[in-house]
Design a protein around this ligand. Structure first.
Ligand code: NDP
Ligand code: MG
Length: 388
């Protein structure tokens, strides 16, 4: 019997890498649902190639375009957030969660409710609603496998280990586009400059979040939520070569590092094959040729987002949802030229401060409360940008 697979965010960078892996073994996989957003051509093309049951765009006003692109294919077409949720309820053995942003949470929860395996690239789900996601997985006997490269690396290093032997977890960061820029120049950086990553080829938003290290801030919180380690056990290390993705430090002071090419098909392939390690057509690292790996502590003046992550973990509750909502709004503001690159962090900090005074830390985490905190944070961030 074929393995039934769905991909949420199939037209994005992670989605395309996932499709590339399915393409290697078409006899093994049966594609159920593929979802996308504005890129209707890519969505329809993938749906036709993989004979998907259904293709869904997030945008209702694009439904006619999708229907036209799928004409005579026999593939169902649907649109809107509800249709994405419904697609996540279709029985599948393995579901990739690779929508960008807070929109990835609801279909991820629906997928878990069917007791499936969820390959989680959408780190925002864990940041905004970690306890809800993990409780839902437990209640429905579902499995979550990390796809973020650092978290896949931690997961792999922990294989066969006991959590009480773990002293610390170190996630690495390339340092992003502005790692070597003079601090004073970063304020004037353009979105194009921020969107060029030294090592990884990723979607535009996560690439800019790598330059600001908002991405690493999300990943620190993701580490805490997924692996249940305390904030003071999580460290960030700048590692410009991006070959070691994470290290786990044990009580006996040994470190287990995960080394691999900077290609997301490794982490996706690991999750797709789990628990069997698949053969992957990736670069075999020549360490003698690479010669040396370098490390340095992150400069918190250059990367204020790392300090914000600490604050969010102290407040807990809905702070993750507020953080992510404010960050997404600030990124929108930077992308459309309303604010500068270095304005993002103070705006996000301001939103978290205001909302924490309003009782953010004590609130229960439900889909509804997360949505409200997310919306409120976006509104506050927009107000703050308008006042700039
Ligand atoms: P992309 O921007 O490349 O792709 C995002 C996907 O989500 C696209 O399919 C897009 O559709 C779709 N989408 C956008 N907005 C919405 C919405 N409102 N509702 C539903 N779907 C939407 O992102 P990435 O692939 O880079 O990242 C996806 C997720 O994986 C993110 O959470 C990111 O943090 C995480 N991740 C990514 C890594 C990478 O290497 N790229 C590494 C580790 C984690 P369309 O393009 O058609 O508009
Ligand atoms: Mg990562």
């Amino acid at each position: 019997m074929k393995r039934r697979v769905s991909i949420f965010g199939a037209t994005g960078s992670i989605g395309e890498s996932t499709l590339a892996l399915l393409r290697l073994k078409p006899e093994v996989y049966e594609v159920v649902a593929l979802t996308g957003g504005q890129n209707i051509d890519a969505l329809a093309k993938a749906a036709r190639e993989f004979h998907a049951e259904i293709a869904v765009t997030a945008y209702e006003d694009r439904l006619d375009d999708l229907k036209t692109a799928l004409a005579d294919s026999g593939i169902e077409a649907a649109a809107g957030a509800e249709a994405i949720d419904e697609a996540a309820c279709r029985p599948a053995d393995w579901i990739m969660s690779a929508i960008v942003g807070a929109a990835g949470l609801p279909p991820g929860l629906k997928a878990l409710e069917q007791g499936t395996t969820l390959a989680l690239a959408n780190k925002e789900s864990l940041v905004t609603a970690g306890p809800l996601l993990l409780d839902t997985a437990r209640a429905h006997n579902a499995t979550i496998l990390p796809v973020d490269s650092e978290h896949s690396a931690i997961f792999q290093a922990l294989n066969g280990e006991k959590m009480d032997a773990v002293e610390r977890v170190i996630i690495t960061a390339s340092g992003g586009a502005f790692r070597d820029w003079p601090l004073k120049d970063i304020a004037n950086a353009t979105p194009e400059q921020a969107a060029s990553h030294p090592n990884w080829d990723m979607g535009k938003r996560i690439t800019i979040d790598s330059a600001s290290m908002f991405n690493k801030a999300l990943e620190v919180i993701e580490t805490r939520e997924f692996f249940g380690v305390e904030p003071d056990q999580i460290e960030v290390l700048i590692h410009p070569e991006s070959l070691i993705h994470a290290l786990v430090g044990f009580r006996d002071k040994g470190l287990l590092a995960h080394v691999g090419p900077h290609d997301m098909r490794h982490a996706i392939g690991f999750a797709l094959g789990y628990p069997v390690r698949p053969d992957l057509p990736l670069e075999r690292l020549d360490l003698a040729k690479i010669g040396q790996l370098t490390f340095k502590a992150p400069d918190l003046d250059r990367y204020p987002a790392l300090t914000i992550a600490r604050t969010v973990m102290e407040i807990r509750g809905l702070a993750g949802a507020a953080f992510n909502g404010a960050k997404e709004a600030a990124l929108d503001g930077f992308l459309d030229g309303r604010i500068g690159f270095t304005d993002m962090a103070p705006i996000v900090t301001g939103v978290i401060e205001i909302m924490s005074r309003e009782g953010l830390g004590n609130a229960a985490i439900t889909l509804e409360s997360v949505r409200e905190a997310d919306q409120m944070a976006r509104r506050r961030a927009f107000e703050s940008m308008a006042a700039q």
